[in-house]
Ligand binder design. Sequence first.
Ligand SMILES: Cc1cc2nc3c(=O)[nH]c(=O)nc-3n(C[C@H](O)[C@H](O)[C@H](O)COP(=O)(O)O)c2cc1C
Length: 181
Amino acid sequence: MSTVNRVITDRYSTVIFSSKSIKEETLLTLFEAARWAPSSFNEQPWRFIVGIKDKNENYQKLLQSLMLANQNWAKFAPVLVLSLAKKNSSVKNRPNRFAQYDTGMAVGNLLAQATSLGLYVHQMGGYDVEKVKGLFDLDDEFEPMAVMAIGYKGDIELFPEELKEREFKKRYRKSLDEILL
Ligand SMILES: Cc1cc2nc3c(=O)[nH]c(=O)nc-3n(C[C@H](O)[C@H](O)[C@H](O)COP(=O)(O)O)c2cc1C
């Protein structure tokens, strides 16, 4: 029986990030992977705002928009990224009902590329959307999707008990029977 590829099985949403920085050329390959995702009418509706700790102000803006429970662990990651979906299609300027679907696929590519490089990505919906729209002066054209914390795994011994517990929590998935209708 064939097995699932390691870029799928090795991925999980860690809460133990190392502060080790990510080389710019390495980081760019994540967005290069995202670029090559398929999309309805090849619209490529995904956009990204990249925050790099101590390098640009996007990082602090994204961090301060997160729910405190997310800030607790995300603040250790060297990179925070917001994904956005462009809501209307460029060609006909009418709502693109696949904008969010396609953006999710681009992020899926990004996750696979990150995992292949030994990087971890933890996505978050727990942030203040209105605050983000204000801080980045986003108009209605873009729907903010998820914030991603990206980095290498840290040394678990340096982290508080609460995060250690979360890190080792059993992961749950529906069975194939439940998802194959
Ligand atoms: C769109 C989205 C939003 C999420 N929001 C949060 C969040 O706000 N905080 C958090 O700790 N994890 C968040 N997660 C992570 C999920 O809880 C996690 O992916 C899920 O429990 C499965 O675990 P795994 O990624 O380790 O396989 C989010 C994931 C996605 C895809």
